[in-house]
Design a protein around this ligand. Structure first.
Ligand code: 5GP
Length: 115
């Protein structure tokens, strides 16, 4: 378990509303949303960055994607959302506990990865 803010949220040391929880991960609203729907899917295992994941994380990584899709559907954005993983400080990662951003509920520029 990591000692980041997400580790504290997962351990219940910082109160937080879980939109979803199972034995492997949680989903919470981002504190600083960049879109009407901005949810973080966070594994309970504290992998710092995606590049730190190992072969035995394969099932967990797949599980996070499936949970993201399910949560997006439940939040009404199942037809149009983006999944973002920032890997490394130079890519904008600020919390070094792997997480997926689900971003939806606003139009996306066609052919763009940013914006
Ligand atoms: P990163 O930049 O590492 O990809 O994403 C970290 C995200 O965590 C940011 O979008 C930031 O707004 C969010 N965040 C940081 N601290 C907290 C917190 O205490 N609670 C919640 N819900 N989100 C947080």
């Amino acid at each position: 378990m990591s000692d980041t803010i997400f580790g504290k949220i997962i351990r219940g040391e910082i109160p937080s509303d879980f939109l979803y929880e199972d034995e492997h991960c949680i989903a919470i609203n981002d504190i600083n949303p960049q879109a009407p729907v901005h949810v973080l899917v966070i594994p309970k295992r504290g992998i710092p960055r995606l590049v730190d994941s190992q072969a035995d994380d394969q099932a967990l990584l797949g599980h996070l994607m499936l949970v993201a899709a399910k949560v997006a559907e439940q939040l009404g954005v199942g037809e149009a959302f983006r999944l973002v993983v920032n890997n490394g400080a130079n890519a904008g990662q600020t919390v070094f506990h792997l997480h997926l951003h689900i971003i939806g509920g606003r139009p996306f520029a066609e052919g763009h990865l940013a914006g």
